[in-house]
Ligand binder design. Structure first.
Ligand SMILES: [Zn+2]
Length: 90
């Protein structure tokens, strides 16, 4: 089940609840070139969230990386990039 999160406090709650989940970050302008798939514990993702005050970064969270890839295909007609730091698996 995926959830759509656009604020920092909700995001932190989610990764605490789901340390083995996956996160698709949409970046600040929500364009497909910024679609990136991360593992919940990604240090790059966490560092980015801290730096931006949270409200402008939109993320989709799920237990399943496959679900997020499908979500990106449905909503952006595109494949997400896979983060080089946390290397999420499908
Ligand atoms: Zn990552």
């Amino acid at each position: 089940m995926q959830s759509y999160i656009s604020c920092e406090s909700l995001f932190r709650e989610w990764i605490n609840m789901k340390p083995h989940g996956y996160i698709l970050s949409l970046g600040h302008n929500r364009s497909d070139e910024h679609l990136k798939l991360h593992h919940s514990n990604c240090i790059v993702l966490n560092a980015n969230i801290v730096g931006h005050g949270g409200n402008s970064t939109v993320m989709v969270c799920s237990d399943s990386s496959n679900e997020l890839v499908n979500w990106a295909r449905l909503n952006f007609w595109n494949e997400p990039h896979f983060c080089e730091a946390c290397r999420p698996d499908l």
